[in-house]
Design a protein around this ligand. Sequence first.
Ligand SMILES: Nc1ncnc2c1ncn2[C@@H]1O[C@H](COP(=O)(O)OP(=O)(O)OP(=O)(O)O)[C@@H](O)[C@H]1O
Length: 360
Amino acid sequence: MIEFRAVRKQYPNGTVAVDELSLSVETGTITVLVGPSGCGKTTLMRMVNRMIDPSSGTVSVDGTDVRDRDPAQLRRGIGYVIQQAGLFPHRTVIDNIATVPLLAGETRRAARDRAGELLDLVGLPADLGKRYPAQLSGGQQQRVGVARALAADPPVLLMDEPFSAVDPVVREGLQDELLRLQDELGKTVLFVTHDIDEAIKLGEKVAVLRQGGHLAQYARPDDLLAAPADDFVTSFVGRDRGYRRLSFADATSLRPRPVPTVRVGERFPSSRDWRLAVDEGNRPRGWLPPGTDAGEALDEQALVAGGSLHVEHGNLRGALDAALSAPSGLGVVVASDGGVVGVVTADEVLSLLDRQRAAT
Ligand SMILES: Nc1ncnc2c1ncn2[C@@H]1O[C@H](COP(=O)(O)OP(=O)(O)OP(=O)(O)O)[C@@H](O)[C@H]1O
């Protein structure tokens, strides 16, 4: 567990970056520090590995005050990932990752083998290992940064805006990858971001900080959306929080119903209902509008593009979005292999939500 107790940091120029802040980060969870620029997130995080010492108060890791630890030894147990990955430009990817195991006294061979395993763990192909950082995309560099931080198998990982320099699509992929890794590794992760959506997606708990290094609220993301502590948190959490909160509502008891389907490339009768077009693997291809004249073989040209797909047993946000974005008003539910399970309407999703609310 990482524990901040009445921590205060005043820089020599008088700036109070963190003010009497207390917070516990549970072992094996991702905790996110979020807040506007300059609210003290980085200062707070750097106190954990003693890059910054508090002016007063204590920071402890697993019960020991970090000031009683030798900084070099302390940092061996704490991985650190920063924006732009911070890789050594003149070392290959493999050598970048192998740096820490080498420093820890492993043989060159063992360190490189470990680096190879880590490349695989963060989802990069082995042949990228020979390249230099400048020969990788931003997202790949960031993965290497994560691999390097994991190289010494530290129980604690500090991540300071690690994904903010990449485009939104790559960023989403990196976030998913981090959640997958965390399922496997169960590290104690402290993650800094100024993006509330990233915080809500990644954090088991989220600490919202405001100017002057004050803790505005420390809560589970669902509770942050449901009950922001004050006006600052409400405005920081932003719009659509009721809708976004649906991400935390369980959709396992949603019962999709059957939908008439037509197969692309096969003959089809006319009908007054919307029909879902599927391919040979029963995967959705689009919707056939009511009243389309019966034809010889269904051509994809006749289809209207479908809405988003809801993967079975996901959350109610995905289910509602599938229904709202479908031209037929019928949200398509698919299994994990992409095959159609059935459809749900927005009404059905909202009724389930009402039943869940009544049951709590
Ligand atoms: N070495 C320093 N000397 C003086 N003031 C500093 C120093 N480092 C940070 N500060 C100030 O302390 C405050 C908190 O800075 P910090 O970097 O911790 O914030 P942050 O929330 O991480 O910001 P950002 O999101 O912009 O990275 C800011 O007002 C900053 O200007």
